[in-house]
Design a protein around this ligand. Structure first.
Ligand code: PEP
Length: 256
């Protein structure tokens, strides 16, 4: 896989509060980035903005992602939405297993159903994994291995490389986090994730599985994640700021 072709995903979470602001983010971001950069950029707005924002996105190089999805196409699932409902929107990626959804009670087996459903639609699932805390005796590695194994259970071995794995240490996410992961921490985890995938499938599949980093990413620390061999970034808060997000995209676009 070409490391220089970075995947940059903006997770808007439950922001902004109006569609007007959402449009302005897209319009201003588009003005600040080149029309045809080599990195692949995806924005994941809240559901109510997804369909209305398609027209604005079409004028840009930005792709459309979702923050979550129900595995079934329809059914008695109050409050949930399904992939076919966004069919006309040309969704390219779906974030699954984000720690903020896991905190609401989502477990690995439910996430695995979502991954299989998204794969079946030919869309790329982005599986988030990450420890809540780092302990001294490396229990967090076992925790992440279980997240990966259970979330990918039932996914055919050869299809695993179609899933993007986002390493998002929970302790580093959000405005209350003291710091992002260091380059060494990110590198260790990239190697570990590949080893788990290799054990589940084979080294070829592991080599072709994209591993990205998310949690407190900004323009000042992206080089450390690139150095760590991460093949993309999942960006939360900064993805709502056209200046900050464009700086990340522009830096990734000129990677040699
Ligand atoms: C996230 O929650 O996916 C995330 C990356 O958040 P932040 O960048 O705000 O830490």
């Amino acid at each position: 896989m070409d490391i220089k072709n970075m995947l940059i995903i903006g997770n808007w979470k439950m922001f902004p509060v109006s569609f007007k602001e959402a449009r302005n983010i897209i319009i201003n971001l588009n003005k600040k980035i080149s029309k045809k950069g080599k990195s692949e950029v995806v924005v994941c707005p809240p559901y109510p903005y997804v369909l209305p924002i398609v027209t604005d996105l079409k004028k840009t190089r930005l792709n459309l992602g979702l923050q979550d999805i129900h595995p079934e196409p329809n059914g008695a699932h109050t409050g949930s939405v399904s992939l076919p409902m966004f069919d006309s929107a040309k969704v390219t990626h779906v974030i699954l297993g984000h720690s903020e959804r896991r905190a609401l009670g989502e477990n690995n087996l439910f996430i695995s159903q979502k991954i299989k459903s998204v794969l079946k639609s030919g869309i790329t699932p982005v599986l988030c994994v990450g420890e809540v805390l780092r302990d001294e005796d490396n229990t967090y590695l076992k925790f992440i291995e279980t997240q990966i194994r259970e979330s990918l259970s039932g996914v055919p071995k050869q299809a695993i490389s179609k899933v993007v794995i986002a390493y998002e240490p929970v302790w580093a996410i959000g405005k209350d986090a003291k710091r992002a992961a260091t380059s060494e921490e990110a590198r260790e985890m990239r190697i570990f994730i590949r080893k788990v995938i290799s054990d589940m499938s084979n080294s070829q599949v592991a080599m072709h599985t994209r591993v990205i980093y998310g949690a407190s990413v900004d323009k000042n620390n992206i080089s450390s994640f690139i150095e760590a061999g991460m093949q993309g970034l999942l960006v939360g808060r900064v993805s709502l700021d056209p200046v900050g997000f464009s700086e990340i995209i522009n830096s990734c676009d000129v990677l040699k």
